[in-house]
Design a protein. Structure first.
Length: 283
């Protein structure tokens, strides 16, 4: 049975208030499918029954499921390879300062989804360890979806997911092959690679103050779902978490045009990087 627009709008408004994600009416069909999945997981027949339940209040279970299912978690290893090559160039260029530094090189993967972005970063930083401070690196990986975050922390990927972006050399170096009870092959990240990564639940609409200061922040393929005002607000908060000169990356189809003028734009071949301006030096 088709769910009424009143019900879908009710949940779209809730998702928007919690995540900033905007579902326009043309995308209601997507939300409808996701509501049906949530209803099923809550042993309900359909979105209408979910609506009746939600009228009584959003329990933590319902809230978590809605946040898990209302988000698009599409990701892959080394998504947009030029961006990762550009990160390598930045580290090479800054290595003379980094090697003499006491604090570790700090990276934040904001909206890390199932973790492929985080482990891609870790594989690069592991290889470039001799260009980093002796204290190494620290990656903070955050997402608002507890389902995605749990999977990211487990770091187990199917053959199909591994085939999306990871070559066999890096796969064998950083992942251990295991077999599921169904006989399927899967790959589990080695503990050595996970050691430098901290996984935290963080909503981009909330304060970032507790996260500390970073050398590099990736916030890719998530701001597209936000309103312009919300993008401006999130980017301002990201600015405040970057050290002056620190690097900020968006997804390949995103840009800071009309969002912020607090960053210099650097192009490395086909990738765009943003560098935090030192506003204290501005005239
Ligand atoms: C399309 S994935 C992008 C993953 C990765 N950054 C990439 O580019 O491959 C978007 C992620 O943003 C997360 N997300 C959506 N809204 C969010 C919010 N308000 N706060 C934190 N994470 C959010 C979703 O849970 C999802 O995992």
């Amino acid at each position: 049975m088709k769910t009424s627009n009143v019900i879908i709008k009710f949940f779209a408004d809730y998702v928007s208030s919690q995540l900033g994600i905007i579902y326009s009416e043309t995308n209601y069909y997507q939300l409808e499918t996701r509501l049906q999945e949530v209803a099923k997981l809550m042993n309900l027949n359909d979105a209408e029954e979910l609506y009746v339940l939600a009228q009584k209040g959003f329990s933590p279970q319902l809230k978590n499921l809605l946040l898990d299912f209302a988000t698009n978690n599409e990701t892959l290893f080394f998504r947009d390879p030029p961006a990762f090559q550009a990160i390598e160039r930045v580290i090479e260029a800054e290595s003379h300062e980094l090697v003499n530094r006491v604090q570790p090189f700090r990276v934040w993967s904001a909206a890390c989804s199932f973790g492929q972005e985080v482990y891609s970063l870790a594989m690069i930083l592991d290889r470039m360890r001799n260009l980093l401070p002796a204290s190494g690196y620290e990656i903070v990986a955050t997402d608002v979806s507890s389902r995605a975050l749990k999977a990211a922390e487990e770091g187990i990927y199917s053959e199909m997911n591994v085939a999306r972006g990871l070559d066999s050399f890096l796969r064998d170096r950083h992942f251990l092959q295991q077999t599921t009870s169904n006989g399927d092959i899967e790959w589990k990240v080695r503990p050595e690679l996970r050691r430098g990564i901290r996984f935290l639940n963080q909503n981009l609409l909330d304060s970032f103050d507790a996260l500390g200061t970073f050398d590099l922040i990736l916030c890719r393929n998530v701001l597209i779902y936000q309103t312009t005002d919300s993008r401006k607000d999130i980017v301002k908060k990201i600015f405040n978490r970057l050290r002056p000169g620190g690097t900020f990356l968006l997804g390949s189809s995103e840009s800071l045009l009309g969002i912020s003028e607090d960053f210099e734009t650097d192009r490395f071949e086909r990738a765009t990087l943003y560098r935090r301006k030192d506003l204290s030096k501005a005239s």
